[in-house]
Design a binder for this molecule. Structure first.
Ligand code: IMP
Length: 175
């Protein structure tokens, strides 16, 4: 059963699970013999982060940050509303995002994290909407490329709703 507000399902729970396992295997291979710190961005990436972390086979640490944006008038202008608990200096760090859209938020986060001198800094995203990209960001791992439609589920929200959907779906346009 899907929600009435849903137009169509893009990825089912099983498809998401299978793809996350593949991406986690790629991450485990890349960081073999190392310890990895996953950094999640509240609130959107927590569902992805926990699912991903469970399938990574190298030792993993987790930290979280929250950002707030300055509203629609200033897209991509964000600030850190809750910072990481610990330093990342000298560590292998993987930023875990729910979606890279224009790339503005991700660039801000990567620049901020990079200034803290991690040993390495990578980017893993659940969804990638390259068609709307305004600035270049290097995506090291991604689960799915998506079309130019607003999506919800598996952590992604519309007005804070639908994060808990087990699937990823396109929202009806009249919402
Ligand atoms: P960017 O700065 O344009 O890359 O957008 C990043 C943020 O916008 C994401 O972390 C999401 O919180 C939000 N966002 C962008 N597209 C969607 C979507 O289709 N559904 C839900 N949130 C989205």
């Amino acid at each position: 059963m899907t929600e009435p507000a849903i137009e169509r399902v893009l990825f089912t729970e099983d498809q998401i699970d299978a793809r996350i396992r593949e991406v986690a295997a790629g991450i485990s291979a890349k960081y073999t013999g190392r310890e990895l710190k996953l950094i999640g961005v509240l609130k959107g990436s927590i569902f992805f982060l926990t699912a991903l972390a469970r399938h990574i086979t190298v030792p993993v640490k987790i930290d979280l940050l929250a950002i707030s944006s300055f509203g629609k008038g200033a897209p991509g202008v964000v600030r850190i509303a809750k910072d990481l608990d610990d330093t990342i200096e000298g560590e292998d760090v993987l930023l875990v995002e729910d979606i890279v859209d224009t790339g503005l938020t991700t660039r801000y986060l990567l620049q901020t994290l990079s200034s803290r001198r991690p040993r390495s800094l990578g980017l893993c995203t659940l969804l990638d909407r390259t068609i709307r990209r305004l600035i270049q960001v290097q995506v090291d791992f991604r689960c799915f490329e998506i079309p130019d439609r607003f999506v919800v589920g598996f952590g992604l929200d519309y007005k804070q709703l639908y994060r808990n959907l087990t699937y990823i779906a396109v929202l009806k346009r009249d919402n």
